[in-house]
Each structure stands twice: as structure tokens, then as C-alpha cells.
Design a protein around this ligand. Structure first.
Ligand SMILES: *[C@@H]1O[C@H](CO)[C@@H](O)[C@H](O)[C@H]1NC(C)=O
Length: 468
């Protein structure tokens, strides 16, 4: 009898707990696992953030169906994610509901498969989006990867998709791999025959300029109940995004220039070209490890701007670095990379200039000093007696520039920075006749932005002028 009792009680307990478990499962499925605005939508009317969440969800479902691994690049959403602001916002949609009518995603363009749908000449993805209620706009542009000095007729490629639903715009940014091993997106250019009211174009995160990026590492995460890919290091991506403006080389003008002044194809010029390219790549690598940004300066900048190439008779590679980015270990890092210091002029507080030598090509690093509206770099002209390396004359001058910002560009298959206001920068150095080659350039007197500063005090020469 007691045994019977115990079995019955045990069975009863099992039944009760199973029922309770089932109830929990049911409850979980119905309420908890349904994230996002569904919970609130039960009240009957959808709020703005509900609609935004629905729009993003529908887009992500579509992208998933077409195997398009889009990732979140929206600066507002990523900033919320970086600061994990969820606790101070609406709980159900903390990251993807941004109070902005646009949301940006990016797509590695090599993942894009253009399969037309049957009976229409649109990509199947776009017609599926239309079917789901989206209004779609495809923006195309020239393929710069095919544009070079030889061929200027770039093919047309997709640059952006805009998908509109419930008044929200999803911007899809196509990122193309470029030969300098970086990602590029094109500028978004409105055309006259386009529907200019389609989207609040000014509010789009991407497209005002072309942009260049390092390939980001991605992670799949859950945001507001949706599976979303995001850059692994969100703050690095946001930093890159702010400084991503890219300038295409002026291939058209470069071709005109080369028709007037054909390239030197002598073995010496070809040799210099090869060495200069290796040197620029090495310098870029070394400075990237130190996290020191640099830009193309003087003749190297002129070469990029005028002929999309290095100037073969220049005999050196010139780069600029802001003195605020100076680090004392630059010299040791270059030495470790096989670049020997050839001379050091000036000092960190004034007119610093370092010169390295590799494979008989010189790398000149000019340090730039910001001073109010202007930026300047120093030049030291040292005349030394060959035999005893004794300096017997030392003139120092300043080259003055208007303040400039930095943009990305490509030279010799390398992503490099150039002053965004390139024409001003070059004109400051070379005057308005920069488009005419000058073989013998006198840096003491030729530049239009030169300002003579007199002589360095004699007792400081040993310190200020070091020739190795
Ligand atoms: C993210 O990037 C920043 C800037 O490049 C860097 O300082 C930081 O260490 C990175 N964070 C992680 C977790 O890798």
C-alpha cells in the first residue's frame, strides 16, 4: 500500500511538472522569443519604430534568401552599439530604431550575383523586394577598376540599392575590391531623370564621396531579435568611416598630359619606377605598424595628381607627416625594415626632416607644423665640405600651405593619403604651371610658397644638421 502510494505521487508529480514545462515552452514561444515590436503591436497600432524594425527585418529576410551577406554600416546604429545604449532606450528596438529615416547596410560586391528574374530585366533580388512591397532604386556608375590610362571606358556597375518601405530607406552600399587590396564604394550621383524625392538623399550615410576601407572582420550577432552581421571592431570601423573619402586619379587629364609629354621608358626610368614602388610600399607598411598616418608630398603628390604615376626623373619619394604624429621610434622601425637614415635636418620643435635610403632611392619625410590657418614644413639647405662633413652654410626656409584635410587615393597599387585639396597643395609648391614638367627644380627658390627664414644659428648646426 505505501509502495502504491509512492508510485502514484511520483507519477502525479511527473505529470504536473511536464504540464508546467509545456506551459513554459508555450509561453516562451509566444511571448519571449518573439522579439521586437510584436509585443507592443498587440495593442493594435504600429509605432514608427515598429515600422522601422519591420522594414529592416523584411530586408534581412530577403537578403538571407538571396544569400547576400549584408552587414550593418549605419553610423547611428553602430554608434548606439559601440556605446551599448540599450539600457537608456526603448527595450524592444534599441539599435535598429534610430529615429532616422535611413539605415545603411554594405555588401561585398563579389558576393553579388546578378541573376535576372524571368520576364524582367531587373536583378531577381530587386524584383523580389518589389514583390514584398519595397520601392526600389538602383544607382549605377562607372567601374573605376577598368579605368586606367589605357582604357577610360569603365563598365557600368551597381553602386547602391535604395529600398523604401513604410517611408524608411534601406541603403545598400556595394564595396568593391581594388588593386591596392582595399575596399571601395563609389560616389552617389543623382541624375536629372531620377526621382529626386525617392529618398532624403542628404541624410544618407554613404555616397557624398567615394570611400576607401580596409576589409573589416565581421561577426554575426543578434540585435533587437534579428540576426545581423556587424564589423567586429565597431569603433575602428566608425573611425575609418569618418576618414574614408577617396579621390580617384584624374585619368582623363593624365592621359592628355602623357600625350604631350610621353613617359620615359628607358631602362633607368623603369628601374627607378620599380624601386620607388617597393620603397613606397615598405614605408607604408612600416608606418602602418606604428599607426602613423602619412600623405604623398611634393613631387610624389604631383606625380599622382598629374600623371597617376611616379615622376621618373624625380629620383626620390616624398611623404608628409604631421609633427603631432611624430614618434621617436620611426627611425628604428625604418632601420629594422632595411632603410638607413641618410640625414636628419631640424628638430622635433622646428623644421624636422628625415631622409632614408633604400636601393639608392631616397625617401624624404617632411614633418608638417600646424599654425592657425596655415601648415608649414621646413627645408634646410646644408652645404657641407665633402671631406670632413663640416657644414659651412646652412639656410632654413619654410614652405607654407593652406590647411588641408587628408583623403585616400591609389598610387602604384597602394592605398595612400593625399591632401584632399590637392590642387591647392600642388599649386602652393609648384605654382600654376605645375602641369609643365621641370627637370631641374630648385627647392630653395622655385616654389611659390617658400619663405626664407635665414640661417640656423651656428652653434646649433651639429644638432640640426646630421648627415650620415
Ligand atoms: C578596435 O580598434 C581600435 C582602433 O583601431 C583599437 O584601439 C582597439 O584596440 C580595437 N579593439 C579591439 C577589441 O580589438
Amino acid at each position: 500500500m505505501p509502495r502504491m502510494n509512492r508510485t502514484a505521487v511520483l507519477s502525479l508529480l511527473i505529470v504536473i511538472s511536464s504540464v508546467f514545462l509545456l506551459f513554459q515552452l508555450y509561453y516562451y514561444r509566444k511571448y519571449v522569443s518573439k522579439p521586437g515590436p510584436h509585443i507592443l503591436s498587440q495593442t493594435g497600432h504600429l509605432t514608427t519604430s515598429d515600422l522601422q524594425w519591420q522594414t529592416v527585418r523584411l530586408f534581412l529576410v530577403l537578403a538571407h534568401r538571396f544569400h547576400l551577406p549584408v552587414f550593418l554600416v549605419d553610423t547611428t546604429a553602430l554608434r548606439l552599439l559601440a556605446h551599448d545604449a540599450s539600457w537608456q532606450r526603448e527595450l524592444h528596438c534599441s539599435f535598429l530604431c534610430t529615429d532616422r529615416p535611413v539605415m545603411s547596410f554594405a555588401l561585398f560586391a563579389n558576393m553579388w550575383k546578378f541573376d535576372r528574374c524571368h520576364f524582367c530585366d531587373q536583378p531577381a533580388f530587386l524584383s523580389a523586394a518589389k514583390h514584398k512591397g519595397f520601392d526600389v532604386l538602383e544607382l549605377r556608375g562607372h567601374d573605376p577598376r577598368l579605368a586606367s590610362l589605357d582604357t577610360l571606358s569603365g563598365e557600368d556597375i551597381p553602386l547602391y540599392f535604395l529600398l523604401r518601405l513604410h517611408g524608411f530607406i534601406i541603403q545598400v552600399v556595394f564595396l568593391y575590391e581594388r588593386s591596392g587590396n582595399y575596399l571601395w564604394h563609389g560616389p552617389l550621383r543623382l541624375k536629372a531623370k531620377m526621382d529626386l524625392s525617392f529618398a532624403p538623399f542628404k541624410q544618407l550615410d554613404y555616397g557624398r564621396h567615394a570611400g576607401a576601407y580596409n576589409r573589416p572582420d565581421l561577426v554575426l550577432t543578434v540585435l533587437d531579435g534579428l540576426d545581423v552581421r556587424v564589423p567586429r571592431n565597431v569603433s575602428r570601423f566608425l573611425y575609418e568611416q569618418q576618414h574614408s573619402r577617396f579621390l580617384e586619379c584624374r585619368y582623363h587629364d593624365a592621359r592628355s598630359f602623357l600625350q604631350l609629354y610621353p613617359d620615359d621608358t628607358s631602362p633607368a626610368a623603369v628601374d627607378f619606377h620599380r624601386k620607388a614602388k617597393a620603397l613606397l610600399h615598405l614605408a607604408a607598411q612600416t608606418l602602418a605598424v606604428l599607426d602613423v598616418p602619412f600623405w604623398l608630398s611634393s613631387g610624389t603628390c604631383l606625380g599622382w595628381f598629374r600623371q597617376c604615376n611616379i615622376i621618373s626623373y624625380s629620383h626620390d619619394v616624398d611623404i608628409g607627416i604631421f609633427i603631432t604624429d611624430y614618434r621617436p621610434d620611426i627611425v628604428t622601425a625604418f632601420a629594422a625594415a632595411g632603410l638607413s637614415l641618410k640625414h636628419k635636418f631640424g628638430k622635433v620643435e622646428d623644421s624636422l626632416e628625415l631622409s632614408f635610403l633604400s636601393d639608392d632611392v631616397k625617401l624624404d619625410i617632411f614633418f608638417f607644423y600646424e599654425d592657425g590657418d596655415i601648415v608649414w614644413n621646413g627645408g634646410t639647405q646644408a652645404k657641407s665640405g665633402r671631406k670632413f662633413k663640416r657644414v659651412f652654410m646652412s639656410l632654413f626656409i619654410r614652405y607654407i600651405f593652406q590647411r588641408f584635410s587628408l583623403c585616400w587615393a591609389e598610387l602604384l597599387e597602394l592605398k595612400v593619403r593625399v591632401p584632399c585639396e590637392t590642387l591647392d597643395y600642388i599649386t602652393a609648391n609648384y605654382g600654376t604651371s605645375w602641369s609643365v614638367p621641370v627637370m631641374l627644380w630648385d627647392w630653395k627658390s622655385s616654389p611659390s610658397n617658400v619663405q626664407r627664414n635665414g640661417l640656423w644659428p651656428k652653434h646649433q648646426w651639429a644638432d640640426l644638421i646630421q648627415v650620415y
